[in-house]
Design a protein around this ligand. Structure first.
Ligand code: S3P
Length: 170
């Protein structure tokens, strides 16, 4: 069976945590796009942003999607911006079952406060700045996120519910 699950959503929405559980449940490898890009270029995401710029990072993300075409099954945790550049969302929707992990800006800001410094777009922001930034940014991004095949509200993001929702689609 071809089991390709693609988790999308804003930074801090829990894609990695859920993705790892789901990959164990489905018995397919877990892939994290940021981690793969970091390994391939031997640079952190922050280094890529500072040394090469965001456009270069977005190109690397699109190229990375291309490498997944030959894989037969995986759970992919995407970088938060990946679906929103080039025509990535369309490509991801053709590649597998896309799931948007929706969250409120407040919940995202809470989670991101402890890990914002690894994320170049929000480095050094206060909680208030973070909420404002997320509110504005997410509005633009939801045009893409909302094209996912499954959209999960925060209370629907438990592993058992997610498994029930996707098992007939795989
Ligand atoms: C980004 C999200 C990050 C990472 C980069 C840019 C974004 O991934 O790809 O810092 O534009 O939202 P996570 O969503 O895993 O934090």
């Amino acid at each position: 069976m071809n089991q390709k699950v693609i988790l999308i959503g804003y930074m801090g929405s829990g894609k990695t945590t859920l993705g790892k559980k789901l990959s164990r449940e489905l018995k397919v490898p877990f892939i994290d796009s940021d981690e793969q890009i970091t390994i391939k270029f031997s640079k952190t995401i922050s280094q890529i942003f500072t040394e090469e710029g965001e456009d270069a990072f977005r190109r690397k993300e699109s190229d990375f999607i291309g490498t997944l075409m030959k894989e037969s099954g995986f759970v992919l945790s995407t970088g938060g911006g990946m679906p929103c550049f080039n025509n990535n969302m369309e490509v991801l929707n053709r590649l597998g079952c896309t799931i948007y992990l929706k969250n409120t800006s407040e919940a995202l800001a809470d989670r991101l406060m402890i890990s914002k410094n690894e994320r170049p777009l929000i480095q050094g922001m206060s909680k208030e700045e973070l909420i404002l930034f997320i509110d504005e940014n997410i509005q633009k991004r939801e045009i893409y996120y909302n094209q996912a095949q499954i959209i999960l509200n925060p209370e629907e993001q438990g592993i058992l519910n997610v498994y029930q929702r996707i098992k007939d689609k795989l």
